[in-house]
Design a binder for this molecule. Structure first.
Ligand code: KG4
Ligand code: ZN
Length: 350
């Protein structure tokens, strides 16, 4: 069976065709995965402007879907279902994908599947690597989210912890802005960090030990926090005002020092959670999983502790519709379909 996936939750318009293989260990293959990025539009404003994002999705969605079907040599009549990101994300952006998917499913007489964006990121690991040894602990880390999930059975996602404030990707973007490095910040900070000394600037690490009043069901001691780190970088940068601007080396040192703290705090909690839940594998997905230090240290720590670790390929790390199609197939096979009056939900829980 073939499924069409549609993703418009933030600033990429994406459509993909994914095929079921019939092989339980490697359940899906990608036929096409088209991503129209809006980065050049938002770069001018230093971050995503929601109103501009939704307007651009409207312009791009038809062409992106046609291209995904064309690349996959697939006609509407070859499809078995349509999957779409229902949330979380920017509501105006989500609405474009949801409205398009509902109309397309109705016109082509296809079942509709509603997908949680983070379920898509988690399934990007399976799309890339095949089914993970379970139970698995998966960190989803992007511009909007930093959350740890326990996966005990395929398609079951139990939230273990999340950030109390900024997402890790958001911290990257804010630090890049402070240093005048442009948007998005992750890739450029990652690149500059390679040339810096990672202990040159003393920055604070956070470890939360108390429960969160806003999430009484979670213990809280595996929660993340990045806003203090961002503020520490802001103070460090402000302290320099009035003197000469930072040299290239100083900027690289700040990037490296910041990156060391982010990567360490992500991996400490991830491996801590894996130990507590006796996980048989570990995964990292989402835009920040493209980070070179995070990828290298994950593999290094996994090797030391003799636990298999998994990552998506770089194109599957950032937002894309193939991962939504994969998560959609999982739900379709579980018999969970969306109603014809499906609505977008900006803060959809998983
Ligand atoms: O998953 P994604 O495409 O969109 C969201 O759902 O947020 O993630 C985008 C985020 C941005 O914050 C970007 O700065 C970050 O991922 N990112 C990185 C790297 N590449 C992208 N962060 C650190 N290092 C990278 N190499
Ligand atoms: Zn995402």
């Amino acid at each position: 069976m073939l499924i069409l996936g549609i993703e418009t939750s933030c600033d990429e318009t994406s459509a993909a065709v994914v095929e079921e293989t019939g092989d339980a260990a490697r359940p899906w293959t990608i036929r096409s995965n088209v991503v129209a990025s809006q980065v050049p539009i938002h770069r001018e404003w230093g971050g995503v402007v929601p109103e501009l994002a939704s307007r651009q999705h409207i312009r791009d969605i038809c062409g992106v879907v046609e291209r995904a079907l064309g690349d996959a040599r697939t006609r509407w009549t070859d499809l078995g279902a349509v999957a779409v990101t229902q949330g979380p994300g920017l509501v105006g952006s989500l609405l474009v994908g949801v409205a398009f998917a509902k109309a397309a499913a109705a016109a082509a007489h296809l079942p509709l599947v509603a997908v949680h964006h983070l379920a898509g990121h988690i399934e990007s690991l399976v799309l890339q690597n095949g089914e993970l040894p379970l139970p698995a602990v998966v960190l989803v880390v992007s511009g909007g989210h930093t959350s740890l999930y326990l996966v005990e059975r395929p398609g079951g996602y139990q939230l273990l912890s999340r950030t109390r404030d900024d997402a890790a990707g958001e911290a990257y973007d804010k630090v890049a802005k402070l240093l005048g490095l442009g948007y998005p910040g992750g890739p450029v900070v990652d690149r500059l960090a390679a040339k810096g000394h990672d202990r040159a600037v003393a920055l604070p690490t956070t470890r939360l030990t108390h429960a969160d009043r806003n999430a009484p069901a979670l213990k809280g001691d595996l929660d993340f926090s990045f806003s203090g780190l961002k503020t520490a970088v802001a103070r460090y940068v402000a302290g320099k005002k009035g003197y000469d601007p930072f040299s290239e080396q100083e900027i690289a040192d700040i990037c490296a020092s910041f990156q060391r703290i982010v990567v360490t705090s992500l991996l400490d909690r991830l491996f801590d959670a894996a130990r507590r839940h006796q996980a048989r594998s570990i995964g990292i997905a989402g835009g920040v999983s493209a980070n070179s230090r995070l990828r290298a240290e994950l593999q290094e720590r996994g090797g030391r502790r003799e636990i298999p670790t998994f990552l998506p390929s770089l194109p599957l790390s950032t937002d894309n519709a193939a991962m939504i199609a994969a998560a959609g197939l999982r739900k379709f096979r579980a018999g969970i379909l969306a109603p014809a009056d499906l609505n977008a939900d900006a803060s959809l829980p998983l």
